[in-house]
Design a protein. Sequence first.
Length: 138
Amino acid sequence: MQIGIVAKKIGLTVDAIRFYERNALLPRPPRTQGGFRQYVDSDVETLAFIRRVQGLGFKLSEIRAILRLRGNRLQPCAPVRRRLQEKLVDVQRKLTDLHKLEHELRSALRSCDKELRKRSAPCPILRETNPRKSESAK
């Protein structure tokens, strides 16, 4: 199969497939005499796998390591499970940070709303010192 057909089949761009090749996630395919890349079904499966794992939030370096495990004849589940668990912890940490950020934004909005009721009041956000710096100094 040529690269355009593979791209359409998986829902990737031709540039994305070339990017994966350059970054050693996909082996460089053989070329026809005319210079066209020739992909086989296993390449299509690998690209679909990369796309799925990337959708789970894994970085390219992590995907490369998972692909090495996938290429292992035994295909042990424990290392994959460990990586999934680490990714889950990372996502939970990010969610916690996002909830804190949401709280800070809501608080800032409430402060602005209070001041907006006073027609000529200066913006409290613009005059406020960085509360995070003062908290870390404690």
